[in-house]
Design a protein around this ligand. Sequence first.
Ligand code: DGL
Length: 259
Amino acid sequence: MSKQSIGIFDSGVGGTSIWKEIRALLPFENTMYLADSKNAPYGPKGKERIIELSIKNTELLLEKDCKLIVVACNTATTNAIKHLRANYNIPFIGIEPAIKPAALQTKTNAIGILATKGTLSSELFHETTNLFGDGINIIEQEGEGIVQLVETGKLHSEEMKGLLNIYLKPMIEANIDHLVLGCTHYPYLMPLLLDILPKHVKIIDSGEAVARQTKAILEKYQLLNSQKIKSKHQFFTNGNPEVMNELLGDGFEVEPLEF
Ligand code: DGL
């Protein structure tokens, strides 16, 4: 059982930012990653469609015998994880914008959230902001276009810089001291974000927390791989393997797959 892979899916390449955290914390775990780049972006799609796509990805990972699934996509988590947990008998780990730590730590009483339309409009997101956002100025910004640029290999483009300048301006004007990254594609924007934001703004993403939670759940269900040997990592994409190869760096092979 424990040798089975941790399954990970995202609407595309962004979830590799989560895979990197999981690999760092759990070096002996085998992993299998699905990038549904053909259907990216999920953000503008309705809840029903996001649930359908999440089911498709889940069933493929189950067919491939994964022992646990990490939904490495804020949009899929906030719209579909309740459905997945109710219908499949396997542990699911999700990711959602880290509003709680930002809201607890802010000194300026203003925080920014950059996420997709699907995440910002979800019930789960509203529940969390209602719970922790009392008396705090939360500036929500939809990152329209960012996922497409990452998916097409235009991470460091002028177009990306232009979009980020527009999206962050109202947050800077509102004197935010925390920016919450609510999409797993966004950690790859870190150098650009640091360039644009004032030095005192802390950028928060949930990747490390997801890896810790994955470890805790594997321990709880006694699913940790007991074999302390070099782990195996498989990456499948229904989009362009080049873009994912670039983000993963040397030593990993991305296989094209229709799904
Ligand atoms: N990585 C996905 C997320 O975390 C991107 C969603 C999209 O495809 O729009 O939300």
